[in-house]
Design a protein around this ligand. Sequence first.
Ligand code: F6P
Length: 527
Amino acid sequence: MAEWKNLDTLKSFQALTRFKDSVSVKEVMTGDQGARRVAEYSVPMSNGLAYNFAPKQVDDQVLSALKDLAREAELTDKFAELYNGAVINTGEKRLVLHHLARGQMGKDVIADGVNKRDFYVGEQKKIADFANKVHAGEITNGAGEKFTTVVQIGIGGSDLGPRALYIALENWAKTNGAFKMEARFISNVDPDDAAAVLASIDVAHSLFIVVSKSGTTLETLTNEQFVKDAIIKEGLDPANHMLAVTSETSPLAGNSGYLAAFFMDDYIGGRYSSSSAVGGAVLSLAFGPDVFEQILAGAAEADKLAANEDIMKNPAMLDALIGVYERNVLGYESTAVLPYSQALSRFPAHLQQADMESNGKSVNRFGEPVAYQTGPVLFGEPGTNGQHSFYQLLHQGTVIVPLQFIGFKDSQIGTDVIIEGSTSQKKLCANVVAQIVAFACGKEDTDKNKHFEGGRPSSIIVGEKLTPASLGALLAHYENKIMFQGFLWNLNSFDQEGVQLGKLLAKRVLAHETDGALKALSDLFEI
Ligand code: F6P
């Protein structure tokens, strides 16, 4: 069994701290050395992707220290324990099985008397049968007409991942003959969210999936009722239009008011649930079960790489280690994910939850305060849009933000125009290349206002094209990176107690059990 130790008790971490500022990104990325690093500091990922870390503050010495850290922190052993069914989520005393939802990595995992791989595959099959029947017009609305739209009602992990994946593949599916149904998402308890979605769809031809693992999330239950009222107002029966995705122990399970119910379980955290029925139902309905299977297959390939002990063959582990070096040795407080792909426009939003809900903790797995920094603040926007927004601060601000670029050689749609001698896709790629060098090397100018200091580290994941499989690999890469960082920081990355207090106080406000500032603030809104 691996030993769970705080980062600052590891000898290899102490050794790593000696390399603080030993590498200047500006120096190593300038001239021939820069070209050599781009060629050498690249680790293949699965599904045609590669992780290039040439513009990071690392060299062979730092990499060797990171290898030692990976070994001493027993990252590979901890991952093996996780996928073999250990209780890694100690806070909630749960197994962590999102990898198992997309492939068998180790031993059979039997929990609650059930083979969990069989359970996940079984639910996926049920979803596939249902989706195929909807597409074939065998399952229809009350009037016997085909459904054209699917609407997911859920929040947090029951919204962000599936929504990001849907947006990522919508154009790919339309171009590749895989588009079956339009998908929409209702998440916010703001009534304007549900109202706007309902106003933009044909309710009579829509399926609504209520997605909540717990079945108790106030926003989702409120939106479910909001939608049911709208269905009834159209003279329709909600039972012909509503599905549920939940856990078998939730209050939603066994409710006869749904056309069908599909299950995940407590061993898959909300923010890791895209690979389960949570992502499976909406994505199989929107694009067909085959496309969802391709996403899972891509993710499973990336998981296999993550089990590798050699960090130069394990891009998620290497990315995680460099991130910890940046956070705990170099002292950087935030990080930005910048996909040069419009299809990935909601991917940073998904990663905000995945990363910050997992590793935004200040006590270790044993509930003891840690004396070092943990998860960074993560934000992001697609390029080139971000360039015309917050890149000013990234280039010339007083803080250094390590950047994580993502880019693809080809667009998903293929149609393009040549303006001023280049296609839009080439312009997009030229911009990400330019940004990496601008951030790394900067530009001297006697006018200080126009001076670029440079020395700003980044990495890039480069791919051929964003497809279901490469998207799955990308999703798993980040999930695994977050997991390894949690191991290094000795955190339980799989609970989220930090979201509870706000929920509790909101309930008190609604029950008018307030005093002090809570009452005064409630009065501002006349609650
Ligand atoms: O409040 C946070 C949270 O528990 C997330 O972790 C989760 O993804 C989200 O709420 C939704 O939870 P559920 O699927 O149970 O409705």
